[in-house]
Design a protein around this ligand. Structure first.
Ligand code: DON
Length: 304
């Protein structure tokens, strides 16, 4: 497969979509990101990397971080995590509160905000240095020690984070948050504000394509069954209320963020990431989703 040619074709085909959609504005700092950016990177299991456009520009990974924090929470609690968070797609917007009331504070899945806040609580309960541990994990996976939290983005979200504060308080009222609300929110806003490039993300997701093993170091990062299950959650819940459409159009496990990034996995072959800040109405990158759909059309790859 000539990946340089594939990327060039994908970039050409989605060019008319770049600048479409809207940049997330409920996190004021993200509204300042230029909408005309597009980057895409591929990391293969045989050790090659391919990039196009703004693939080495760091952006706010936002909800993509929920895959990394989930790996840490599973490490801490194992299968007991599933008593505190479900594994079903919500069919609702990522920041919705409505299901929590009938479902007694157990979020539908770890990738909606409610679920990620419970995951953050689990990580913090296990290790007070949770944020540093998360950064260490991400830096090792991406093989980039310079990856850091963008403090301005974190502060910007914290200043306007009424919904996440409401979610955390509401879940706490059911007893499913144990750490102080401020600590959980601080961890969550900072994990979302981690800045990474498409190249970083493609590397950081590569073990998800390799049955949990790091190609570079040979270490088993997570067990094969856990890698498989995280991929299944990415497929069913990774793009929120667009997950069904995403499976239909793209057919790969993927995780999006309101910074405009999407990371995806072709199990046994490669990991890839795309970034373009213009979002559709469900909070997924418009050009990014189209690029992944074109990628699977051109390559014929899909898990189905
Ligand atoms: O909590 C939030 O609203 C953001 N920090 C993350 C949301 C997000 O990335 C959802 N993505 N599509």
């Amino acid at each position: 497969m000539d990946f340089d040619a594939v990327l060039a074709r994908v970039a050409e085909d989605v060019r008319p979509l770049v600048r479409q959609g809207t940049v997330a504005s409920y996190i004021p700092r993200l509204a300042e990101v230029p909408i005309d950016r597009f980057g895409m990177a591929i990391a293969t299991l045989d050790g090659r990397q391919f990039s196009i456009g703004d693939a080495d520009t760091a952006f706010s990974i936002q909800s993509i971080s929920k895959v990394f924090s989930l790996s840490m929470a599973l490490d801490a609690l194992g299968g007991d995590l599933w008593e505190r968070v479900g594994r079903e797609p919500s069919g609702s917007p990522y920041n919705s509160l409505v299901q929590l009331e009938n479902e007694r504070g157990i979020p539908r899945n770890p990738f909606i905000n409610a679920g990620a806040l419970v995951v953050a609580d689990v990580v913090l309960s296990e290790r007070p240095d949770g944020l540093q541990a998360l950064l260490d994990f991400v830096r090792q996976r991406a093989d980039n020690p310079a990856i850091a939290v963008d403090a301005d983005v974190a502060a910007s979200e914290a200043a306007a984070g009424y919904r996440n504060a409401a979610l955390t308080n509401f879940i706490r009222s059911f007893g499913n948050i144990q750490q102080p609300i401020e600590a959980v929110l601080d961890f969550y806003f900072k994990q979302c504000a981690i800045a990474m490039s498409c190249e970083d993300l493609a590397q950081a997701f590569l073990h998800q394509a390799n049955a949990g093993r790091c190609r570079r170091t040979g270490t088993q990062v997570i067990s094969p069954i856990r890698a498989r299950r995280i991929n299944s959650l990415m497929l069913t819940c990774g793009t929120y209320d667009a997950a069904g459409d995403f499976a239909f159009q793209v057919g790969l496990p993927a995780k999006s963020g309101v910074g405009g990034g999407i990371a995806a996995v072709v199990p046994g072959v490669l990991a890839l990431a795309v970034w373009s800040p213009g979002l559709d109405e469900r909070g997924n990158s418009l050009a990014g989703a189209a690029a992944l759909a074109r990628f699977t059309e051109i390559t014929g790859w899909s898990i189905f």
